[in-house]
Design a protein around this ligand. Structure first.
Ligand SMILES: [Zn+2]
Length: 237
């Protein structure tokens, strides 16, 4: 039932309900956003693991290829050694000998390269393991976040319903003459429909109120901030 008197207690209560409602609605909106961020993170970690595995595979293929080259050249060296024994001339003998030396030199370079490659493969295997662990972590995080958000949703929904009801009741208790203007503000601005006055300043926009506004507030009349339009009230104490 509307009353004729506008008490600052009524406005304080109204503002408190508004703020709580705003907070709960904010939490309700935040949950799905946090889940979406978690899902993006999991997708990113999946990509990183995939990329790490691909790099490792490429390195292994390259290493296998180098080892094959090494073995092929080793068997060619063996062939050349046989040819060396069967050489018909000194010139041929020298040519084969030079070829063997060149192949041995090339294989020495290749052996170093393979050694480096094996070390690189070890590093890459560590990176794959790390990426795999990071993916598991991000999946676990998402799972617990989702459980938390899902678990809170029902009680959040119930609290919002309850507070919306309380807000309605408190609004209906405002003086009838004020209701139309207040409700328009309440619908469009939520908790920003109201502001307390502290040290003669509107706490919504930090504009000073006039002497006349202050005396009207003290007489419990509805006063709107001339700057931001909020319905003003004096703190209860
Ligand atoms: Zn203001």
């Amino acid at each position: 039932m509307p009353t004729d008197k506008l008490t600052s207690a009524a406005l304080v209560k109204l503002h408190r309900i508004h703020r709580q409602l705003g907070d709960l609605r904010g939490r309700r909106e935040r949950g799905p956003k946090q889940i979406a961020v978690g899902q993006t993170n999991v997708a990113k970690k999946e990509e990183e693991l995939k990329a790490a595995k691909e790099t490792l595979t490429r390195a292994k293929v390259k290493c296998d290829d180098l080892q094959l080259q090494l073995r092929q050249r080793e068997s060619r060296i063996e062939d050349l050694k046989l040819k060396l024994n069967a050489a018909n001339s000194n010139k041929e003998y020298q040519a084969i000998k030079e070829q063997i030396a060149a192949d041995k030199q090339a294989n020495s370079v290749l052996t170093d390269e393979i050694f480096e490659m094996l070390e690189r493969i070890e590093d890459l295997e560590t990176k794959v393991k790390e990426a795999d662990a990071a993916l598991t972590r991000s999946r676990d995080d998402l799972k617990s976040l989702t459980q938390k958000v899902e678990g809170e949703r029902a009680s959040l929904e119930a609290d919002i319903q309850r507070l919306a009801g309380e807000l309605h009741t408190a609004e209906d208790e405002l003086p009838g003459a004020l209701q139309a203007e207040y409700k328009r503000l309440s619908v469009s601005r939520g908790e920003d429909a109201l502001a307390s006055v502290e040290n003669d300043v509107c706490t919504g926009c930090y504009t000073a109120i006039t002497v006349q506004m202050k005396s009207e507030l003290k007489m419990a009349r509805p006063v709107f901030c001339k700057s931001c339009g909020r319905l003003l009230y004096l703190p209860e104490d």
